[in-house]
Design a binder for this molecule. Structure first.
Ligand SMILES: Cc1cc2nc3c(=O)[nH]c(=O)nc-3n(C[C@H](O)[C@H](O)[C@H](O)COP(=O)(O)OP(=O)(O)OC[C@H]3O[C@@H](n4cnc5c(N)ncnc54)[C@H](O)[C@@H]3O)c2cc1C
Length: 479
């Protein structure tokens, strides 16, 4: 949405009935025109709207995980960056928590703010410019919309998450990993500059050469220091086609050998893998993709040379965008069903991966997962963003159990959350880290251990950029 008078006009015309006009620090909280109170402190004038209607609050108390439901007291639909700055300044002054919400695909309440304010970034979703090597976008833009725009100019972001309906701001606050990360790192490793609003309500630009400490804190910073309002992201020439190689193995060692061989020589543009339940056991799938621009198609024999012989090989070809968009229809179908998704995402050090995964899978009941189990390597050297905590290992493996509880059952969710906790503890004992897009019950000391040496840097950044501690409470990073 453009930051013009249009939003203000819309707010005055449509928002007046339900829009918040004041905050009552002693009484019932946010006040609309209908709730006259002598205690009301006027809310700053906004280009967008601050609302308290049931539908808006209920939506902000939900996410893809369907496990945590913290109801905010108000939702801001910003009409401008100034709106975000005004509301964060106001919140900091009155000790009200604030979280930015993108597409709400967190799985454990990370974008929620119980009794606080949720900022819905979907009203800030403009692609400002696309140049030969970069695009400037609002935080509420989805990668899908950005990629459609950049492909029109023959360009693409170097990496995409498996599902591209996520917001730029939501993914840059966590990391953003995908099959091309083995070449290009995470989404956060491909950011040139940011515009953010800190926890003190200051609008600031930052990059590697300007306000570096802020830039380093915010990328992968779980919304703790500032909210992202705009990003300048790197673009590269887009391929036309994805040639997909699915190699199925009977056993984990063969998959890991094949993945290690492929990641070492970088033969695939995209490298992922899965542990797949089958009758009587598990299959192990390598998913390699060669991106190319027709007619320069890859040589299949060369692509598969030197890998352990799989029990089956499937080769398919898709237009590049269709490949990136491959799971959108499935996610769009699943989301309205509101099944709980107690996901766990871990990074394992290379040396611990074989034993950790073999042990966990040997005890795993496929019914306790229900969704894909991802397993793939990324060279540690490609992952350069300081706030993304990773194992100390030249290669790290992403291991993710994307659990779905269908039909919903509270006891099963509780049991799987406890299982996630145990799997997390075992991973940490083996030198692993969580990728914090998970549903893992938090314990005191977890984040200190997660960040290790960088915890003191995180504490200093919190004290400097969000001294009132109002931002993004659903991550539970700071007590
Ligand atoms: C179906 C599905 C597939 C996924 N696939 C991948 C994948 O392949 N790779 C991967 O890395 N991840 C993946 N994820 C995880 C996903 O990247 C994160 O959950 C991401 O945070 C979701 O983005 P969102 O826009 O929905 O954010 P939300 O759920 O709205 O927010 C997530 C967190 O980011 C914060 N946040 C949101 N916007 C901003 C902002 N503008 N500034 C600061 N903080 C902000 C929120 O407060 C919250 O803490 C997947 C998730 C789902 C549900």
């Amino acid at each position: 949405m453009r930051e013009t008078g249009l939003n203000r006009r819309r707010f005055l015309a449509v928002g007046a009935a339900t829009a918040v006009v004041a905050f009552d620090p002693l009484g019932i909280g946010w006040l609309t025109e209908a709730d006259a109170s002598p205690n009301g402190i006027p809310v700053p004038r906004l280009d967008g709207e601050l609302v308290t209607d049931d539908a808006a609050l209920a939506e902000a108390a939900e996410d893809y995980g369907q496990i945590v439901h913290e109801r905010p007291r108000a939702v801001l639909r910003p009409g401008s960056v100034k709106d975000i700055a005004k509301i964060i300044t106001f919140a900091a002054a009155h000790d009200i928590t604030v979280a930015m919400r993108g597409q709400g695909h967190a799985v454990h309440g990370q974008a929620q703010a119980g009794a606080g304010v949720v900022i819905d970034s979907r009203t800030m979703a403009r692609v400002h410019s696309v140049a030969a090597d970069r695009a400037v976008v609002d935080a509420g833009v989805t990668w899908s919309d950005l990629i459609k725009r950049t492909l029109a100019s023959g360009l693409t972001p170097p990496v995409a998450t498996d599902y591209i309906g996520l917001s730029v701001g939501g993914t840059l606050s966590v990391g953003g990993i995908g099959g091309a990360s083995s070449h290009h790192g995470m989404l956060v490793d491909n950011v040139i500059a940011l515009e953010v609003v800190t926890g003190t309500g200051d609008v600031m630009a930052c990059s590697k050469t300007k306000n570096r400490k802020l830039f380093d804190a915010v990328l992968g910073g779980l919304g703790q220091y500032a909210v992202i309002v705009r990003a300048t992201v790197r673009l590269i020439p887009a391929p036309s086609t994805a040639r997909v190689y699915n190699l199925t193995y009977d056993d984990l060692p063969s998959l890991l050998t094949a993945q290690r061989t492929a990641v070492a020589d970088g033969r695939f543009s995209y490298l992922e893998g899965q542990v797949v339940p089958v009758e009587g056991g598990w299959d192990y799938l390598l998913e390699g993709v060669a991106y190319f621009t027709a007619p320069n198609s890859p040589d299949d024999t060369a692509m598969l040379a030197g890998l352990p012989a799989p029990k089956s090989t499937e080769i398919a070809e898709l237009p590049y965008f269709d490949w990136l968009d491959r799971i959108t229809a499935l996610v769009d179908q699943l989301r309205p069903l509101k099944f709980p998704n107690p996901w766990i995402n871990l990074f394992l050090p290379d040396a611990a991966t074989d034993a950790y995964v073999a042990d966990l899978v040997s005890r795993l009941n496929p019914a306790d997962v229900g969704g894909p189990i991802l397993l793939y390597p990324v060279p540690r050297g490609r992952l350069t963003t300081p706030m993304v905590a990773l194992p100390d290992s030249p290669t790290v493996f992403l291991f993710a159990m994307l659990r779905v509880v269908a039909p919903p059952n509270d006891d099963t969710v509780r049991r799987l959350l406890a299982d996630n906790r145990a799997a997390y503890d075992a991973a940490v004992a083996a030198g692993g880290k969580q990728y914090p897009v998970s549903a893992i019950p938090v314990r005191p000391g977890d984040w200190r251990a997660h960040y290790g040496d960088r915890y003191s840097v995180a504490l200093r950044a919190k004290a400097r950029f969000d001294p009132h501690g109002v931002l993004t409470p659903g991550q539970h990073v700071f007590p």
